[in-house]
Ligand binder design. Sequence first.
Ligand SMILES: *Cc1c(COP(=O)(O)O)cnc(C)c1O
Length: 453
Amino acid sequence: MESLRITLDQSEIPTHWYNVVADMPTPPAPPLAADGSPVSPEQMGMIFPMAILEQEMSAERWIPIPEPVRQIYRLWRPSPLIRARRLEEVLQTPARIFYKYEGVSPAGSHKPNTAVPQAYYNQQAGIRRITTETGAGQWGCSMAFAGQMFGLEVRVYMVRISYEQKPFRRSMMQTWGAEVFASPSSMTQTGRDLLGRDPENQGSLGIAISEAVEEAAARSDTSYALGSVLNHVALHQTIIGQEAKKQFEKAGDWPDVVFAPCGGGSSFAGVAFPFIADNASGGRNGRPTRLVAVEPTSCPTLTKGAYAYDFGDASGFTPLMKMYTLGHDFMPPGIHAGGLRYHGDSPLVSQLYHDGLIEAVAVPQLATFEAGVMFARAEGVIPAPESNHAIRAAIDEAVRCRESGESRTIFFNLTGHGHFDMAAYDRYFAGQLEDFEYPQEAIRASLEHLPRL
Ligand SMILES: *Cc1c(COP(=O)(O)O)cnc(C)c1O
């Protein structure tokens, strides 16, 4: 009988992360201070431990995964690669569809892949506390779990609107021992200023980042942790693509195209970057594997943003990073329920896109939920709304294969389950969600506030 679930032994968990910088045709543009001068390691050292800064700047192809991190990974890794046979039948497609299921982690998404090593390196550096931000709560949960594994205190600044609308994510963080504050909060100067101006401020990811960074910079026993965007985060996530490559070898198959949802870009980087190593030498199918980042039309960073230096947060606390951006004061529309709302994108993903080594596509919200429901009914797993973006693109590709009669291997990253996102599904079923194409005019206005160097 053909197996649907391609598993690996725990001894096959990769021993190294893959650093795509080693295979990039253009070296990554360095982060800059607001005045355009290079950022010094001392400045970054105020919020990150040295081991993480080294990874952030490394050009080494292979970086060893510390044994204590592999120990924790063993709680849920290797994650399964699953053939979506029933979805193929529903779509009547000659394509073979596979997905890597990252929802098996304790927090229910791919994010613990980086939260765990970040907690480890901080503990090794003698750090006792970690501050971070969370939007919908996925990252906060992952960091709370990882902090607990290594005995660190974790403080999470949670975007106020999510804090109020997603109480169960907050309960999860508290169960893993984290402190959670609605952001803007009265804990930081940033928060107090904003609340002084508007006590009803609903918060944003950019504001929450500012609060977490402000606290970490002010205390020597405290570091900051970011769940996406940065090079070391992309690096840690490459465990996904490396496992997938071993699983495809086992299955005697190889992807022609890879899809992943793209917010800050870590899940895309994780699944796609390891294939860039093969693409650099022509690809294993005799042609390169296409690597496609899938984003929402309401936050179309790669497909409609500018490639420019911009701040990572709303208040301009972070260094400037060269990335595709919609402008750091971009505000995603309230109607958007599918996540992936960050204004910028990973500098590595951005540079690879700029150099034409990867592709990007934007999909509208209703089509993503339609895809998620179709997937759940065929395959059982109820995907996170973010994951639905990749599923939409995979289904569209499978339909194109049906029309052209081509048999291709389609692979996507099912980044997490949707068990805490059922309110978004409810809104979809009730017809309360709409498509929203972020207007070119509004993007232009927001891009006018890009820092001038
Ligand atoms: C955070 C998250 C994403 C997006 O990851 P980025 O690194 O921001 O691109 C996708 N899917 C799930 C389930 C997530 O929690």
